[in-house]
Design a protein around this ligand. Structure first.
Ligand code: SF4
Ligand code: SF4
Ligand code: SF4
Length: 327
């Protein structure tokens, strides 16, 4: 369990370091179950930082979004570090980005949080819609306890826990500089049952399933924007010459986009669930991601984002890699 007092103390200490530019974490949103990213540039601004099971967002994207303004003559680049609060999956995203040379290890200070899983925003919002004030929650004896309109609401954890957390193998951050709280005991993760159920269906049934979902895609690219590992300067989906995928919103182009997105994350996706969470039309994107993750693991014994020294999956080759799928 993360004590907010301890979290604020660590943020204050980190942002006060001479080699740190700012720290990214979470703060309470203005209504309902919404959490906002928080940025501390001084010890005073650290007070609003907070952590609860509602903090599902993966913050690893933010260091990559920082705008690098042109330097004036004689001005030097600010190379100080960025502090960032990381759960297991956020830490894995940073590891993956470091492997890919998107960031250097010395660019970041990682404030690790051993994770007990997060509440899926869509599940809780459908349970208690239209909350006009921010709702506090705490985890107690296998339940989530909410204070709503002066009444205490107790809901079993399993009903609101994000599906990705049920199958999470790395709730503790594999990489951190400071750890808040105690390492969580490793637990036996459930299989991602949605993938197995779908895999048992016939090819025709699976195609009908995806056709039904892909035709709803509105090509808003929220899945891409939320993903800490979709950070190419120019996305293939935006290129006009060559144009790999047309902008028309129809089944054919939507399928091309969704398959392309999933394949670009092969051996890179760290299963944070942000893409699926951000999809406004509820396309089950994690079923694609998890299917590919499973294939990569079974065929190449590779898991993304656990070791900064490891080479990226698509950038490495072993002479004994299976090749029987190459005709
Ligand atoms: S996927 Fe794992 S690390 Fe990420 S929020 Fe869920 S339990 Fe925590
Ligand atoms: S593809 Fe989805 S689950 Fe995978 S890293 Fe990106 S946002 Fe997270
Ligand atoms: S977030 Fe959903 S609707 Fe938007 S582009 Fe991605 S899959 Fe399509």
């Amino acid at each position: 369990m993360v004590e907010n007092k301890e979290l604020i103390k660590v943020i204050e200490e980190t942002v006060s370091r001479e080699d740190v530019k700012y720290v990214i974490g979470y703060k309470r949103g203005t209504y309902g179950f919404q959490i906002k990213p928080a940025f501390a540039y001084s010890a005073e601004t650290a007070k609003e930082f907070f952590y609860s099971p509602l903090c599902s967002k993966n913050l690893a994207i933010y260091p990559l979004l920082e705008e690098k303004l042109p330097l004036r003559r004689g001005e030097e680049e600010d190379k100080r570090k960025i502090g960032i609060v990381v759960k297991g999956c956020d830490s894995r995203a940073i590891i993956q980005i470091i492997q890919e040379k998107g960031l250097e290890r010395e660019d970041v200070v990682l404030i690790g949080i051993p994770c007990k899983g997060v509440i899926e925003p869509k599940k809780i919002e459908s349970r208690f819609p239209r909350q006009s004030k921010f709702v506090e929650v705490e985890e107690k004896d296998g339940n989530y306890v909410f204070e709503i309109d002066g009444k205490s609401q107790v809901i079993p954890k399993g009903e609101l826990l994000s599906d990705v957390c049920k199958s999470c193998e790395y709730p503790n951050p594999p990489l951190y500089d400071v750890l808040i709280g105690e390492i969580e005991e490793e637990f036996e993760p459930e299989q991602f049952s949605r993938v197995d159920e779908l895999a048992e269906k016939s090819l025709e049934e699976r195609w009908a399933y995806w056709e039904k979902h892909f035709q709803n895609c509105i090509r808003c690219y929220a899945c891409r924007e939320a993903c800490p590992l979709c950070y190419c300067k120019t996305c293939m989906a935006d290129l006009l010459d060559p144009q790999w995928v047309r902008r028309s919103v129809n089944l054919s182009e939507n399928t091309a986009w969704n398959v392309m997105r999933a394949f670009h994350l092969a051996g890179r996706c760290i299963s944070c669930g942000e893409c699926e969470r951000s999809c406004p039309v509820n396309i089950p994107l994690m079923e694609l991601n998890k299917f590919i993750e499973k294939e990569v693991k079974e065929m190449f014994n590779y898991t993304s984002g656990i070791d900064v020294e490891e080479k990226p999956f698509l950038g490495s080759f072993r002479p004994d890699d299976p090749e029987d799928f190459i005709k």
